[in-house]
Design a protein around this ligand. Structure first.
Ligand code: C2E
Ligand code: MG
Ligand code: MG
Ligand code: MG
Length: 281
């Protein structure tokens, strides 16, 4: 009997694997088509200075609306794009599109608005990233110092010399670096000092509970203290309530982003935000 059930579970296991492989293959084909058919969009979410309540930046977030109108979240397709290498053309498309929009805001708006773009580790390894960024900045006319590239902690702990070199090249152009989802990985600021990083984004999982849960608030406070001693800017991610905003302000967190200030939105809506000043009580 034990033998039988072992056989069965082995069979189920292969069936599951087949299905997973099939789904991945299908998604890969759909992603290729999405690129050709222009099914991707870039949305922009405001980033706010907590002292002045002014919008100082926007994060570009990719959106995929399939042919049938359904939305596929980045958490589902970005990993597949990374595994298949499709993140290279997709990432390039996002960067070009986002920089084009941001360059327009610089011309229209009296206050400068920086642009944050997410990068995958894959883009550092398989592409001459500094040349690409340089090319796109020239093409779009976006000043380099208005561009922030968001990377993850895992890219920095790999201790890959070429990553550091690429980052230095880009920093010399004027581009800034932000460590995204800070607190979820290695959470050590010591290695961050070895790279040209100006900003860390505290992961939304800490912000979500910081009002109710004292230990989450203590962690946020500790991160802010470390960041301040290293002269790093801090952006709190996932701020949804006024209570969270007030707590972060009282802890002297500089910047915030989240549904409370604005959801990710199409470029036209972002540009139309009233005087680019929101959240004023
Ligand atoms: P991320 O870079 O950490 O982006 C923040 C995510 O939190 C976004 O999800 C955003 O829509 C969401 N968010 C913002 N404010 C709130 C809030 O107040 N509450 C909650 N619950 N969520 C909030 P999204 O757009 O689904 O993107 C998920 C992840 O996919 C991103 O995390 C990023 O890692 C990746 N991603 C998105 N666009 C790109 C891209 O163009 N290139 C690459 N390589 N990755 C991307
Ligand atoms: Mg990000
Ligand atoms: Mg994040
Ligand atoms: Mg992330």
């Amino acid at each position: 009997q034990a033998k039988d059930s072992g056989k069965n579970s082995a069979r189920f296991f292969t069936a599951d694997m087949d299905q997973a492989v099939q789904m991945r293959t299908r998604l890969e084909a759909q992603l290729r088509r999405a690129l050709d058919q222009n099914e991707f969009r870039v949305y922009f979410q405001p980033q706010v200075d907590l002292r002045t309540h002014r919008i100082v930046g926007a994060e570009a977030l990719i959106r995929w609306v399939r042919e049938d109108g359904s939305m596929c979240p980045p958490s589902e397709f970005i990993p597949v794009a990374e595994e298949t290498g499709l993140i290279t053309p997709i990432g390039e498309w996002v960067l070009r599109q986002a920089c084009t929009e941001a360059a327009r805001w610089q011309r229209l708006s009296a206050t400068p608005v920086s642009l944050a773009v997410n990068l995958s580790a894959y883009q550092f390894r398989h592409q001459d990233l500094s040349r690409l960024v340089q090319e796109i900045l020239r093409e779009t006319g976006l000043p380099a110092q208005m561009l922030e590239l968001e990377i993850t902690e895992s890219l920095l702990v790999q201790d890959d010399i070429s990553v550091g070199t690429t980052m230095q090249d880009l920093r010399h152009l004027g581009v800034h670096f932000t460590v995204d989802d800070f607190g979820t990985g290695y959470s050590s600021l010591s290695y961050i000092r070895r790279f040209p990083v100006e900003t860390i984004k505290i992961d939304q999982s800490f912000i979500r509970y910081c009002v109710q849960d004292h230990s989450a608030a203590t962690l946020v406070e500790a991160i802010l203290a470390m960041a301040s001693s290293l002269n790093l800017r801090v952006v709190a991610e996932g701020v949804e309530t006024i209570e969270q905003r007030e707590l972060l302000r009282s802890l002297r967190c500089g910047y915030a982003q989240g549904y409370y200030f604005g959801r990710p939105m199409p470029a036209e809506d972002f540009a139309a935000l009233p005087a680019l000043a929101m959240g004023v009580a």
